[in-house]
Design a protein around this ligand. Structure first.
Ligand SMILES: C[S@@+](CC[C@H](N)C(=O)[O-])C[C@H]1O[C@@H](n2cnc3c(N)ncnc32)[C@H](O)[C@@H]1O
Ligand SMILES: *[C@@H]1O[C@H](CO)[C@@H](O)[C@H](O)[C@H]1NC(C)=O
Length: 245
């Protein structure tokens, strides 16, 4: 079985040979950083259409976490092109953070289209080190499709807990590893993963992100496993919910 998996992994890698060549020449990272925003902009139109009602339900109770000042201060990490703004309540104060500055033009366009929000800053930084965001300064942190590509989810969660005020919430919607090792999905994720990860900016199909959330020091965790309505997509198994500091 493991030999079959290896043969299939190599076959898929051969289809992406030019990318591997650039990778071994040390050039792929910078090429990828430039083209990934365009790829994301295309993918996210389809993804968000299918996920619209799921996201609407997820973000429905954001206002419950409005701060003592009467305003909702929200930090979106790994914001990418800014696909979630339309779900945030009117007047919400939004700070965006992403490690790739090449998302800026797409992000600005999305901000212009969603003028019911107040945009504060766009920070170019890794979510593992958000030193520009003060301790206990935000009511809500949001991430969608970020955990799959961070270097350390534990560090990200530590930072999320640091920047949230007590009683603040961390909202997430993430694709994860299939939990059923005997399933076709588990097998497909295994054979696709090495090439998928290289081509799609470090996106790992096999993360057990729910385990990290369970281990992190939140006082309450509302987490559900769902099958996203994405036929034949190896990123179909998702986790969704929020955690309260
Ligand atoms: C798959 S995209 C998702 C974008 C957007 N959140 C969405 O739902 O469409 C992942 C995003 O996370 C960013 N990212 C990856 N690793 C990161 C890290 N360690 N810190 C901050 N952002 C990161 C990428 O640049 C990219 O914008
Ligand atoms: C975090 O980033 C800041 C700059 O934004 C830097 O000064 C600091 O050394 C970094 N900390 C770690 C642990 O990497």
């Amino acid at each position: 079985m493991s030999l079959l998996i290896l043969i299939l992994q190599v076959s898929i890698a051969l289809l992406a040979l030019p990318v591997y060549v650039l990778h071994f020449l040390g050039l792929w990272k910078s090429v990828s950083q430039r083209i990934f925003p365009y790829i994301m902009a295309k993918i996210s139109v389809i993804y968000n259409k299918k996920m619209e009602s799921i996201k609407k339900d997820l973000f429905d109770n954001l206002c419950d976490f409005t701060g003592p000042s009467g305003e909702l201060t929200l930090l979106e990490i790994g914001c990418g092109t800014g696909v979630n703004f339309k779900f945030y309540p009117r007047g919400c104060r939004v700070t965006c953070l992403d490690c790739n500055p090449n998302f800026q033009t797409f992000l600005s366009k999305s901000q212009a289209e969603n003028d019911h929000l107040k945009y504060e800053r766009f920070l170019v930084a890794p979510a593992e080190n958000m030193s520009q965001v003060a301790d206990g300064s935000v009511d809500v942190v949001v991430c969608t499709l970020l955990a799959c590509s961070v270097t350390s989810i534990q560090k990200v969660l530590e930072e999320v807990l640091r920047v949230l005020r007590p009683g603040g919430a961390f909202y997430f919607l993430e694709h994860v590893a299939s939990t059923d090792e005997s399933s076709w999905m588990y097998f497909v994720q295994q054979i696709l993963n090495p090439t998928w990860k290289l081509v799609l900016d470090g996106c790992d199909l096999r993360r057990n992100t729910w385990k990290d959330l369970e281990k992190a020091k939140f006082s309450d965790l509302k987490l559900r496993h769902i099958q996203a309505p994405l036929n034949y997509n190896p990123g179909r198994p998702h986790i969704i919910g929020y955690a309260v500091k």
